[in-house]
Each structure stands twice: as structure tokens, then as C-alpha cells.
Design a protein around this ligand. Structure first.
Ligand SMILES: [Zn+2]
Length: 152
């Protein structure tokens, strides 16, 4: 990124602002040579992580789908499913891996729900871990409870 005033290639970023509409980022830069300030617009490359499902099929990551699953788990609970979905999406994007398995995503969600709310956590876990029977379900609950007690 050359300075428009003195053509020096050295500049520092003084401010960054993402522009949601077109996946670009606006940066204010300051030239290290002449201290002239200029603005650049940088396009963020689109990143589409692929989700590998349990049966091996693949589909593009869809935050809304994740959100739907979360809404059910978080119904009438003091948890914001949108915030959790966003956070999980950010983790997937930041990992920059092209593929993520659905069970990894489930684990990411569970990690967060575990912190946020027991009921939402167990509800989500029962779907994600596909509890076959009530014993498995109770096992998870007991584990959660003893971890909580140990943390006290
Ligand atoms: Zn300059």
C-alpha cells in the first residue's frame, strides 16, 4: 500500500472499520515517512466453510440453521441464541479451516451453553448427542451437576 503523497510503502493502520454491506474494510493509514494520512478500502475474501455431517454429506455452513437449533434449546431461557450463533460462526471463520464437522459445531455450541445456562445446555445436548434413553440423559445431568459443585 503506497503512500499517495510520497510513495513510501511503509504505513501504519490508525483505524479499521468493517463495512458489512460489501465485505470490505475501511482503513485509515498514516505514512511512516511523511505522516500523511489516507484511506484504503480492502476487500475481505469471502469464506464459506463447509459442514461435514455425520452421514458424510457436506453442505455450506448456515448460521440460520444453527440459530434454529439454538432457539429451541434457549426457549424461555435467559440465553441469547443469536449471540451464541454469532460467536460460534466467528470461531469457525477464525479457524480458517475449509471444513468443519457438525459434531465439532455442536461441541462449540455446548461449550458456550454450558457456561450460559444448564437447561439450554441439556436441551441442546440431548439433540446433539442423541441421547438414546433417559439414563444417558441423567448421566449427563449428573456430570454437569457434579462439575458445578466441584467448581464452587
Ligand atoms: Zn508518505
Amino acid at each position: 500500500m503506497k503512500c499517495p503523497f510520497c510513495a513510501s510503502p511503509e504505513s501504519k493502520v490508525v483505524d479499521s472499520r468493517p463495512l458489512e454491506e460489501n465485505n470490505s474494510i475501511r482503513r485509515r493509514r498514516e505514512c511512516l515517512e511523511c505522516h500523511g494520512r489516507f484511506t484504503t478500502y480492502e476487500i475481505i475474501e469471502e469464506f464459506h466453510p463447509v459442514v461435514v455431517k455425520k452421514n458424510g454429506s457436506k453442505e455450506l455452513f448456515d448460521k440460520n440453521k444453527l440459530l434454529n437449533g439454538l432457539m429451541k434449546a434457549c426457549q424461555k431461557r435467559p440465553v441469547d441464541p443469536e449471540a451464541i450463533a454469532k460467536d460460534v460462526e466467528a470461531e469457525i471463520r477464525n479457524s480458517l479451516k475449509q471444513e468443519v464437522s457438525s459434531s465439532q459445531i455442536g461441541d462449540m455450541v455446548m461449550e458456550r451453553l454450558r457456561e450460559a445456562d444448564d437447561v439450554a445446555y441439556v436441551r441442546f445436548a440431548s439433540v446433539h448427542r442423541e441421547f438414546k434413553d433417559i439414563d444417558k440423559f441423567m448421566e449427563e445431568l449428573t456430570k454437569l451437576k457434579s462439575e458445578r459443585d466441584a467448581a464452587k
